[in-house]
Design a protein around this ligand. Structure first.
Ligand code: PMV
Length: 357
């Protein structure tokens, strides 16, 4: 891996004084999905996502020298032992990359702008904000000036915590995973910038069909791909879909763009339906919404489409310039959302380092 991390294990870094840092990072939604992993959180296929504007996590971390690794967490104003243990495992894993993390007290305070289980990937924004804090710590401890490598390093660390988080250290569109035409790779994500300006105005109405806990965790979901008889076909299709979507985005081909996005969403769900045991994550209202979107597109010929993560909630994607025409339709869909809940989000500019008060 040709960047700073190469040398990290050998760098004589130590922390003499406590260091506090605070980052806000966005959640992201994948248009071509990562589903299936191997080794240390390496993806079985490349993915392409965009970072959200409103759905973010802000994390403040104080790192202090200590005899051993100790992690404390306050998440949304409360203790959260399950998440704290996950983060302790994450930092213990970093201790294998550099000894630095083996002797540190890490005090984390983290809050999301969106409710847990709202159908927005909270692990992506959480782990990305934490990884950005870690990257800041390393740059501070090694007195390194800020450069592009900073975000690659953060993306690498984020990936170790949650694969999709690797794409949340950037704004707008990101690609993670090896492709035949870009210099992207499996270890960390990179920004994807080469698209028609139309795509700078993407909006996302997140239709909350259900805010219950996910029926299957990402960990279980990824692992069922290991024994899925259709896995290789899926990985090949995702490879092709990344190349196709890049081409559609470069050319500003909106119809092709949405055709790929919708096919991706349903293909990943199909993978779960053919797993053993099978998983069906749609609710009746998910299907109602999908059918209504199809009908709306046919009736209006507007460039809209949907994507769905591993749950029942639907992301209705549209362009800002069509907002007036799409808004009444979104209101019509509110009846299929739990408690009428819709999150109005869209393409975001990426993470922000906050001042320490
Ligand atoms: O990052 P994980 O392990 O939680 O996996 C998330 C996978 C999907 O959200 C379903 C798709 C993606 O590419 O983000």
């Amino acid at each position: 891996m040709n960047f700073y991390l190469n040398t990290l294990g050998e760098l004589p870094i130590s922390l003499e004084e406590p260091f506090t840092v605070n980052w806000t990072a966005p959640s992201n939604i994948a248009l071509v999905k990562y589903w299936g992993k191997h080794g240390k959180q390496l993806p079985c296929n490349p993915s392409l996502s965009f970072s959200l504007r409103e759905s973010t996590t802000t994390t403040r971390i104080s790192f202090s020298p200590n005899k051993s690794l100790k992690v404390a967490l306050n998440f949304q104003g409360q203790e959260n032992e399950k998440f704290r243990e996950r983060l302790e495992r994450f930092f213990a894993g970093l201790g294998e990359v550099t000894h630095f993390f083996r002797h540190m007290e890490i005090d984390i305070e983290s809050t999301n702008t969106f409710p847990h289980s709202a159908g927005v990937a909270s692990s992506a924004s959480s782990l990305a904000s934490i990884a950005l804090c870690v990257s800041s710590l390393i740059y501070h401890a090694t007195e390194k000036e800020m450069d592009d490598g900073f975000y690659r390093l953060a993306s690498y660390f984020a990936r170790l915590g949650s694969g999709s988080a690797s794409r949340s250290v950037y704004g707008r569109y990101s690609i993670w995973g090896h492709t035949s035409i870009l210099s992207s790779n499996d270890e960390y994500a990179m920004e994807f910038k080469d698209y028609d300006p139309l795509f700078a105005e993407l909006s996302d109405a997140i239709l909350i069909v259900s805010d219950r806990e996910k029926r299957i965790s990402s960990t279980v979901g990824h692992s069922v791909m290991n024994v899925n008889p259709y896995a290789d076909t899926r990985y090949l299709n995702a490879q092709k879909n990344v190349l196709k979507i890049i081409d559609a985005m470069k050319k500003g081909d909106l119809l092709r763009f949405f055709a790929i996005v919708e096919q991706e969403a349903l293909e990943v769900h199909a993978m779960m339906m053919v797993a053993n045991p099978p998983h069906l994550l749609f609710e009746p209202n998910t299907i109602e919404i999908i059918n209504r979107i199809k009908e709306f597109k046919e009736r209006t010929a507007l460039p809209v489409g949907y994507t769905i993560d591993t749950g029942p909630n639907v992301h209705l994607l549209y362009f800002d310039r069509d907002k007036e025409k799409v808004m009444p339709f979104i209101e019509e869909l509110r009846q299929f959302c739990q408690g009428g809940k819709i999150i109005f989000d869209g393409l975001g500019v990426g993470p922000v380092r906050n001042r320490i008060e």
